[in-house]
Write a protein that binds this ligand. Sequence first.
Ligand SMILES: Cc1cc2nc3c(=O)[nH]c(=O)nc-3n(C[C@H](O)[C@H](O)[C@H](O)COP(=O)(O)OP(=O)(O)OC[C@H]3O[C@@H](n4cnc5c(N)ncnc54)[C@H](O)[C@@H]3O)c2cc1C
Ligand code: FES
Ligand code: FES
Length: 494
Amino acid sequence: MGTLQFIRRGQTVALANVPPDRTLLQVLREDLGHTGTKEGCGEGDCGACTVAVGEAVDGRLQIRAINACICLAHSIAGKALWTAEDLAQDPLLRPQDAPAGSLHPVQQALVQHHGSQCGFCTPGFVMSLFALYQNEVCQGRGVERERAVQDLSGNLCRCTGYRPILDAAQHMGALPRWQVDEAAVLQKMELLAQSSQAPEPDLAYMAPGTLAELLAARSAHPQAQLVAGCTDAGLWVTKQHRQFAQVLDVTRVAELCRIEETAEHTAIGAAVRLHDAFAALVRRRPQLQTFAARFAGLPVRNAGTLGGNVANGSPIGDSMPLLIALRARVVLASPRGTRELPLEELYTGYRQNVLAPDEVLAHILVPHPAPGEFLRAYKVSKRQDDDISAVCLVLNLHLEGGRVQAASIGAGGVAAVPARARQAEAALQGQPWSAAAARRAAEALQAQFTPLSDMRASSQYRSALLASLLQRFWLESQGTANASLATLDLEALA
Ligand SMILES: Cc1cc2nc3c(=O)[nH]c(=O)nc-3n(C[C@H](O)[C@H](O)[C@H](O)COP(=O)(O)OP(=O)(O)OC[C@H]3O[C@@H](n4cnc5c(N)ncnc54)[C@H](O)[C@@H]3O)c2cc1C
Ligand code: FES
Ligand code: FES
């Protein structure tokens, strides 16, 4: 097992014999004895374990909040780490003239605005706010309340309530500035990279840097657990107690971390983080912003990848109905070459797909919007933030002269796989776009899908939702429904 090295408090931390499936939270709390980072749910839901990770991206330091509980420790090798315990102690952060015992402005603002009661959630809030502080306040920008709500979407507090915490977020910028010394951190990471070239590659936790290396490793070690951001796979460790003797991490593969624009499509590498992938989709289709912000919470979107969501193939995953409606195609790569197919053809059954044992998902190709496109994405879940869909329905029409030239509809939560709503598409194809056509499409949707009942929703409710979302889509196309209400709460409808 290779030695895990990363930068913390301006120093290199080196830990020998860290198993490939040890989580970052276990390393912090159990191996280092630093229990300031808390464990609540152990599944990425509560944010008590939030830490900030810094990595070099295009010569700049990018700092993001992630959940330590579902993050494999080796994934932060060579990066910089901050926990709530580090902020007041990091010499690359703490101003030299700060009096002894002073708190970071984020912590100070929480104190001043009474943002903590029992305090269990507080280290996690501090770290989400720290990332926000670095990315906004330290770049000379203020923090709007709505932005703070977004950035704290992965942190739950059960006693203080959110108003004082949001007040702290809005006021932390008014306190004397503490800013990470970006150049110094980058330099330390560079020195670490140079000094940690191991003579023998670590075969327990493999993190290749190129697609060719990834494919070679996949062929040579077919039993290794392929992982990306671990926001699904991490739960198999923490909740199902699965053990990964060998891990193959795709998130350092340069080709898979890129977003490329061509004349026809946006090519999103499978290892592009969800946050960045959705940002690219929103640049082309701004109406997707609300939908994008409702995918998990920010720490999960900062760690999880678009390719992981698609490859995992959960029937209640959110990006697949969207990508199906956008007529996205996937590129699969193996040592034998690449092949391309429509996204919906990736799935063969419940969490089953056509990927061969030596194949990986390499890219997702999303066509650019064409003139006349009318697109809406609806997610219905029990909670507004950080929740999985009961039903996800994405509708995309190409309208010309009031007629449907093409319809593509993706649906989640209503079948064993994320599915294309072919019957509703056929009912709309070539028809005048009218209330009657929308009704026929709704009937076709209900005829095609027989959803299951589970803890999220009953079969009847899901089926009724399909029809009411189509009706909503019709109204929005006529400008008669408030487009800003493009998301619904189950409770509001029940
Ligand atoms: C708190 C929480 C909230 C969530 N909310 C949502 C939500 O609102 N909507 C939603 O859709 N999902 C949600 N998820 C699920 C999760 O975030 C996504 O499925 C995520 O996109 C998975 O990506 P990852 O990079 O973390 O994949 P990982 O967990 O690393 O891997 C998942 C699977 O994909 C495979 N895989 C990964 N990359 C590749 C590749 N390039 N080629 C082949 N196989 C690959 C892995 O082998 C593994 O089987 C949530 C998860 C959590 C913990
Ligand atoms: S412990 Fe709840 S998100 Fe990690
Ligand atoms: S202060 Fe108690 S859970 Fe937030």
